[in-house]
Design a protein around this ligand. Structure first.
Ligand code: CDP
Ligand code: CDP
Length: 223
């Protein structure tokens, strides 16, 4: 479905990708792909099955037949609602470990492409613009300072009833950034044709406005 428009939002952890993707998709009436949820679900499924996170063939086999489905904004693994469980920080760290395995990335590739449906898709992750949708109409690389991101993640976790401390979060987030950037399989980096957006001092509303303005600009060119 090469004609279906795709808008990619890639960037480091807690930069606000998910929030921005949801808001932009809402405005455009598009579908959303939260690709991080697929890696998180793979890590969770491995933990439940007692599979070690560095056992590449077995983790990839789990990823290839992930019993995952999305319904009314909730995420289910088999019949279990795992929406909140997926957000736990240790699941994020586990996701970053399994995401470094090439066979796991390969196993999730096709599933990610299947989210491209009419009238369009907003895809959020690390490698949406570089590896999954290289032909996307617009690629945004979203960043914010590590301190800002740690504070945002802290508030988000507390509001969901998880316990957290900022110093620990900052450390985890820097470890995860380092691993995501240095791995050989699809390292975290902006696509050559990505637009950079640093939202350290930008509200969510202002970020949404900026991305929609870029989108209108691109669409005006395409028509
Ligand atoms: O919400 P947050 O940005 O912390 O994480 P996420 O987007 O849910 O992704 C969790 C982990 O999955 C990341 O640390 C990445 O290692 C990995 N990931 C990836 O490798 N490629 C993607 N397209 C999305 C996530
Ligand atoms: O998906 P990602 O991990 O990149 O981040 P997120 O879950 O969308 O955002 C992390 C937290 O930062 C959320 O609670 C957002 O509401 C908050 N945020 C913010 O306070 N200001 C922004 N400009 C963007 C996000």
């Amino acid at each position: 479905p090469a004609h279906i428009p795709v808008l990619c939002i890639d960037g480091p952890t807690a930069s606000g990708k998910g929030t921005l993707a949801d808001r932009v998709a809402d405005q455009l009436g598009y579908w959303v792909l939260d690709s991080g949820a697929l890696y998180r679900a793979t890590a969770l499924a491995a933990r439940c099955a007692g599979v070690a996170l560095d056992d590449e063939p077995r983790v990839a086999a789990l990823a290839a037949r992930l019993p995952l489905h999305f319904e009314a904004g909730r995420c289910f693994l088999d019949e279990e609602d795992v929406t909140d469980a997926l957000r736990a920080e240790e699941v994020g760290l586990g996701a970053s470990a399994v995401a470094a395995l090439p066979a796991v990335r390969q196993a999730l590739h096709q599933l990610q492409l299947s989210f491209r449906r009419v009238p369009g898709l907003v895809a959020d992750g690390r490698d949406m613009g570089v590896a999954i949708f290289p032909q996307a109409q617009l690629k945004v690389f979203l960043t914010a300072s590590a301190a800002q991101r740690a504070e945002r993640r802290y508030k988000q976790l507390i509001s969901k009833g998880f316990s957290a401390n900022i110093a620990g979060l900052l450390q985890d987030l820097e470890a995860r950034d380092a691993r995501d950037k240095s791995r050989s399989a699809s390292p975290l980096a902006p696509a050559q044709d990505a637009r950079l957006l640093d939202n350290s001092d930008l509200s969510i509303d202002a970020s949404v406005e900026q991305v929609l303005a870029w989108w209108d600009e691109k669409r005006a060119f395409a028509d």
